[in-house]
Design a protein around this ligand. Sequence first.
Ligand SMILES: [Zn+2]
Length: 337
Amino acid sequence: MVDLSAYAGRTVEVSLSQASDETFQMYGAFVDDVTVSTGQGSTSFEADGDTLDGWTTPGPPPGSPGNTNDWIVGTAAQTPPSPGAVARASLRRQPEILAFLSHYFGRYPFKVAGGIVEKDDRLQFALETQTRPVYASAFFTNRTDGDSVVVHELTHQWYGDSLAVRRWRDIWLNEGFATYAEWLWARHVGTGSPAAIFALAYNAIPAGDPFWSLRIGNPGPDHLFDQPVYLRGAMTLHRLRQQVGDRDFFRILRRWAGARAGGNVSTPEFVRLAERVSGQHLHALFRTWLYTPRKPALPRSAAPRSGGGGQAYAPGRSSGKGARSSVCKPRCALAAR
Ligand SMILES: [Zn+2]
């Protein structure tokens, strides 16, 4: 209810605004059956030939692109599924997701699995609580994003829970891996591929962007969960994959999870394992991608190709600003850790 009594007897304009960004459109605002308590006016927006009943929609501000959902007149049946319905559908896929992840990472490290979705909007992140990740309902605005955050948090059961970083500076060992798993999942469900997502991100973020200035191998206490830790962390893994090949890459991931299960880990240990498995010197690659505060150059063999089934990539994604970030930011936007 909006109290308009201060304007009694005068003509006032009431407008409704919904702000969103390039990452989250969320559900917008649902408006129907507007009535004035004095009985002086009402509107229902029904499809009666004059759906807006005198209301107007100004569209996006000057300079901003339009979108396809400025104003939709429809029926209740056309409304998007509720976060609860999306969450239930995503959580129902957990057995499938765990089987998928086990294929790449080795046996699931715990005896039980599940998840908890917070019903209200108080939570603004997801967190990989061991065997029971916790999710903000805001992640479940659509099936693709809902499934992806579940993939992210379940990946942490291997990398983050079973393996725990000894020092917070090595947090990319958690977030880079969980983000890369989302890329693997994207290929599985046909919405992208690791190569395409890597290429899109690499091409979309110019060398002068502050994104590249964070040393994700030691980001500092104020930047542990900044977007580059996730995205550049996943890109680091993709570069490793390009360097050592698929067979050794997934062998490294499985051995990392298996040999160190239940233990504390560090980046130097991961580098040593990767070198041992691949028989290659990899210090330069990791130094460049984890510890050098600028955009890495790519060897000709790893130059990104466009196309390949990727989806539009927004560099602002998962920026983890404000309340959106906290512990785990699956692709981070809402700040899931
Ligand atoms: Zn995470």
